[in-house]
Design a protein around this ligand. Structure first.
Ligand SMILES: *[C@@H]1O[C@H](CO)[C@@H](O)[C@H](O)[C@H]1NC(C)=O
Ligand SMILES: *[C@@H]1O[C@H](CO)[C@@H](O)[C@H](O)[C@H]1NC(C)=O
Length: 495
């Protein structure tokens, strides 16, 4: 059934350096990816390649095509006969079977839905009702709300799995609090289903916040479901849920809970400080994992999903590990650099070129079994989203601050960069932000180059030949595409 597929293999084998030798003039005038794309059509490798196969609207429609009962204008609904409102990770039922609903993937997807300028109340209500079923079923499991995935009819998945995964309830609470704020705290769905101060009522948000407040100190499987340890991503999204949960509880006349959540938030923030690795000038992704170097896409994802998007000063705050903070940008550089020579398709392209990035360098998961790890769409897009967030935040704040921690990151874009705070319009501000923007666009170009001809995105693209790999039409790949695009426009996820 393969129709038009992207011919990434010949491009990868030729390599961008080779193309630039062939077409020096084109490379001199435009961004690498654009030059490469023109070069490909000129030499007949890929005459049907469009510069932007995946548009934001298309990605959004493909994302909601994977939600039970939702109607999509692109490709129709891909997940018939599933629980209404359940967000399915992928329509793929074999090789791999991702035909389940994960709490994490669903919450991250619906955070994108709730953040659109026009609220799709029906879709959000259906999601909340599906999660109500998951939450009630999880109460029967020994992992309680740390139960990570459910069958498509909402029933408990009882096979062996990495349990608990304690980022799930935190992310779900954040998404549902955003929904409650958009419909209003006195709306009957908020007061009837989403939040009741009476714990025995088992309301959605309260149940999740209580779980986080009592379990954040437990070791947990990571978002990749591989290792049980202590994880930056998990803690940072738990922190967000506790801070916002305390404010929410206050607004819902539940002061005892608010004070308890605030105490947990302070303790989590204090624990998070231990993830800063000053010797390596980067944030460590885990504690208690011995065979990895701690460079991981999850750090970028945590910063992107864990900051208070109502406050641009939080984005640049290094104590809070904001996505535009010096600590996170230093980590971004270490992360991206670790994939330049690792994956053949990257041709060891030097900074500031964008490259395809994976979960972590020593990854061996290939999308179905284990052989070798590949670049992932969500990670390559997270690399873009960090840059777009930092540029949008700088623009709102009217300046860009360069510290000794972030100087190596900024030197990628201007070798003469120095520390200091630079007002928008100054030459250093312009050089650095335009360099960051170009690199961000480079990551998106890579995503477009490896998408199927119809714009479909799998989970991964092969590190050697560039073809799509792993679960097809991964819901999170599309959600990541949309949230990066929002960040590039200075629109952030709703908190
Ligand atoms: C897009 O193309 C891929 C690869 O040919 C295919 O697997 C997928 O089903 C297509 N998606 C749609 C919605 O047509
Ligand atoms: C960063 O956030 C922390 C924790 O909220 C706060 O104490 C500190 O004052 C903030 N730093 C700046 C520079 O605003």
């Amino acid at each position: 059934m393969t129709t038009v597929s992207r011919r990434t293999k010949p491009i990868a084998l030729l390599g961008s350096a080779g193309l630039c030798l062939l077409l020096v003039c084109l490379c001199a005038f435009s961004r690498n990816a654009d030059a490469a794309s023109i070069a490909r059509s000129l030499i007949g490798l890929d005459s049907h390649l469009e510069p932007r196969a995946v548009s934001t609207n298309y990605a959004y429609q493909r994302m909601i095509a994977n939600i039970g009962g939702a109607s999509s204008t692109a490709g129709g609904n891909q997940v018939p006969n599933v629980q209404t409102g359940a967000v399915i990770a992928s329509p793929s039922t074999a090789g791999p079977n991702y035909f389940y609903s994960w709490i994490r993937d669903a919450a991250l997807t619906m955070k994108v839905v709730v953040s659109q300028s026009t609220l799709d109340r029906t879709l959000m209500t259906n999601y909340a009702n599906a999660e109500k079923v998951h939450q009630q079923n999880a109460a029967q499991s020994s992992s309680s709300q740390g139960e990570p995935k459910f069958n498509v009819d909402g029933s408990l998945f009882t096979g062996p799995w990495g349990r608990p995964q304690n980022d799930g309830p935190a992310l779900r609470a954040s998404t549902l609090m955003a929904f409650a704020k958009r419909i209003g705290l006195s709306d009957s769905f908020t007061t009837g289903t989403l939040y009741k101060s009476d714990l025995s009522a088992g309301s959605l948000i309260k149940t999740d916040l209580e779980y986080v407040a009592h379990h954040w100190q437990d070791s947990s499987f990571d978002l990749w479901e591989e290792v049980q340890a202590t994880h930056f991503f998990t803690l940072v999204v738990q922190y967000r849920s506790m801070v916002d949960g305390a404010k929410f509880a206050t607004a819902m006349n539940d002061p005892g809970a608010a004070s308890y959540y605030n105490q947990q938030a302070s303790a989590i923030l204090s624990k998070l400080q231990s993830f800063w690795d000053s010797a390596n000038n980067r944030i460590q992704a885990y504690q208690g994992v011995s065979n990895r170097n701690g460079i991981d896409c999850s750090v970028l994802l945590g910063a992107l999903k864990g900051w208070d998007t109502t406050d641009t000063s939080a984005a640049v705050n290094s104590t809070l590990f904001g996505p535009a903070s010096d600590r996170l940008l230093a980590t971004h550089k270490a992360y991206v650099d670790s994939f330049r020579s690792l994956y053949a398709i990257n041709n060891n392209a030097a900074a500031p070129a964008a490259v395809g990035t994976g979960r972590y360098p020593s990854d061996v998961y290939d999308g179905d079994g284990t052989s070798q790890g590949n670049p992932w769409y969500i990670c390559t897009l997270a690399a873009a989203e960090v840059l777009n967030t930092a540029v949008s935040v700088a623009s709102t704040r009217g300046n860009l601050a360069v510290s000794s921690t972030s100087l190596p990151f900024y030197k990628q874009f201007s070798s003469s960069a120095t520390t200091g705070t630079f007002a928008s319009g100054s030459s250093q501000y312009n050089a650095l932000t335009s360099g960051m923007k170009a690199m961000a666009n480079g990551f998106v170009d890579i995503v477009n180059q490896h998408a199927w001809g119809n714009g479909s995105l799998n989970e991964e693209f092969n590190r050697d030949n560039g073809y799509n790999q792993g679960a097809r039409d991964l819901t999170w790949s599309y959600a990541a595409f949309v949230s990066n695009d929002m960040a590039s426009q200075g629109k952030f996820l709703y908190n």
